[in-house]
Design a protein around this ligand. Structure first.
Ligand code: 3MF
Ligand code: MG
Length: 343
């Protein structure tokens, strides 16, 4: 059986600024982060388009491709792959009211330009897919946009991406809210429906982020299982989250160990990774963390994943079957608790 391979994006190491206060740690250079990721045992990097090409708006299509080639050389020298490229549309003034579902034609054209450039960069970096975290595709004022119109526009936009490149896959990272109040594509159920409506459903799948599932009031392992049932779990963003509040991106497993165990278990049971899928992390260090511990939350998340993998390895399926036959779920639950609590 293939061993799980890990991936991470440069934004996982950040300076600690939040909506209420400035940075608490110094900025670390992108290439230095990438070098450190390789050293820590990550196999692939996830990029926003403007992580790959800083100040992307300033360049034309050819210049963007040239710069992507330089980055590719650096990644090759560290033996790192690229998992995906994601257009970071939520930062730009053009997309303050969304991109693919903006009511303004100019914003829409800009969003499509960024999506096409992300595909170009993905091709040069050797990544099979782009990820769409649809951060501002929704409403702040509920009456401002029709959800029917917006959903159709989203499908239409993805169709254009699929037509632009005959091989590229489009992976939607669903999230129910934040920064938008009501998002148009909140869960894996939405993603699967959008996928089915496109011109090539086999190339449109999902990225389940643990915290985003919890923010939807759903169980992350069940969200993963739902996408796996349709062979459309293209990647995962593992982290943790204390109930329905602001998006916390805590280290994997630190809030709810049983829930984390079930995520590892569902991935393992279904051969996740056998087709080159990575175990992606989307975690943030706490604001209080000092500079010298800037990578600790990543190391901890990986360690927790691997330790839970070893627990999943030992899971006694015969005992589980017996408990199901006798409907003794009390015993099954206690078995899981003992497995997690003891060596
Ligand atoms: C926000 C997220 C994002 C995405 C990233 C890649 C900044 O809640 O999860 O992280 O994961 O943009 O798609
Ligand atoms: Mg994420």
């Amino acid at each position: 059986m293939a061993k799980f391979q890990f991936s991470v994006g440069p934004w996982n190491v950040h300076s600690g600024a939040d909506a209420y206060g400035p940075a608490t740690r110094s900025e670390i250079d992108r290439d230095e982060k990438i070098r450190k990721f390789a050293e820590m045992g990550f196999s692939a990097i996830q990029f926003h388009d403007d992580d790959a090409i800083p100040n992307i708006n300033q360049y034309n299509e050819e210049q963007i491709k040239e710069k992507a080639k330089e980055l590719r050389k650096y990644l090759d020298s560290l033996n790192l792959k690229t998992e995906f490229v994601a257009p970071r549309l939520w930062m730009d003034p053009h997309t303050k009211d969304g991109g693919f579902t903006s009511p303004y034609e100019e914003d829409y054209e800009y969003a499509m330009w960024r999506a096409y450039r992300s595909i170009d960069i993905a091709n040069i970096l050797g990544a099979p897919m782009i990820v769409l975290w649809l951060a501002r595709e929704g409403t702040l004022c509920a009456e401002s946009k029709s959800p029917v119109w917006a959903t159709n526009r989203l499908v239409e936009s993805i169709n254009k991406m699929l037509s632009y490149d005959p091989k590229i896959k489009v992976c939607i990272e669903s999230k129910p809210n934040e920064p938008i109040d009501r998002s148009f594509c909140g869960t894996m159920g939405h993603v699967m429906a959008v996928s089915a409506a496109t011109i090539d459903p086999s190339r449109v799948g999902g990225n389940v982020e643990s915290a985003h599932a919890i923010l939807s009031g759903l169980d992350p392992a069940n969200e993963m299982g739902f996408a796996l049932a349709f062979h459309k779990l293209f990647t995962v963003h593992l982290n943790d989250q204390n109930s329905i509040r602001y998006d916390q991106d805590k280290s994997f497993g630190v809030e709810n160990l049983r829930q984390a165990f079930n995520q590892v278990k569902v991935l393992k049971e279904n051969g996740y990774g056998n087709n080159g899928e990575y175990v992606g992390l989307d975690v943030k260090a706490m604001r209080t963390t000092p500079d010298e511990n800037s990578y600790e939350h990543l190391a901890n998340s990986m360690k927790i994943f691997k330790d839970l993998e070893a627990k999943a390895e030992r899971f006694d399926y015969d005992f589980q079957k017996k408990c199901v036959e006798t409907r003794n779920y009390e015993a099954l639950e206690m078995y899981v608790m003992n497995l997690l609590m003891h060596d």
